[in-house]
Design a protein around this ligand. Structure first.
Ligand code: IDP
Ligand code: MG
Length: 140
């Protein structure tokens, strides 16, 4: 079944000038881009996006990081998108990520790990809705 996932190229990866490389990895892996936008998150937006983590000790650092520069939000669709995208990006901690994954190639640390990916089909839909209006999703 086709699923949707939200990718975010995080501020560390944007600063490294690897937006193109990461998008190439995503499209070569067979994902369709339904919507894409560069933006800079406010503290309020980043806090709301990561609200599920608000009790975690790293929440403040995570919000600061996500607001520290520009990000690229990308709505993706593919069969089995959630699992396949998470395989493409690798483990949360780049040190533990498999060779050839986005986080292994471009992540700095568990905190600054280059990209975001949704963790379930339900959250994929919800997170895409956080960045894109229904009329901005181009599904042809
Ligand atoms: P995920 O991005 O692989 O789904 P989550 O556990 O959902 O990982 O965490 C969200 C984000 O919070 C991570 O991508 C990373 O930027 C940050 N993060 C996760 N765990 C830690 C940690 O132990 N220390 C610092 N930052 C963390
Ligand atoms: Mg997560």
């Amino acid at each position: 079944m086709k699923e949707r996932t939200l990718a975010i190229i995080k501020p560390d990866a944007v600063k490294k000038n690897v937006i193109g490389e990461i998008i190439a990895m995503i499209t070569k892996a067979g994902f369709s881009i339904l919507a894409m936008r560069m933006t800079k998150l406010s503290v309020a937006q980043a806090s709301a996006f990561y609200e599920v983590h608000k009790e975690r000790p790293f929440y403040g650092e995570l919000v600061d990081y996500m607001c520290s520069g520009k990000v690229v939000a990308i709505a993706l669709e593919k069969e089995n998108a959630i699992e396949d995208y998470r395989k493409l990006i690798g483990s949360t901690d780049p040190k533990e990520a498999a060779e050839g994954t986005v986080r292994k190639l471009y992540g700095e640390s568990k905190s600054f790990n280059a990209v975001h990916g949704s963790d379930s089909a339900e959250n994929g839909i919800r997170e895409i809705g956080f960045f894109f209006a229904e009329c901005e999703i181009v599904n042809i």
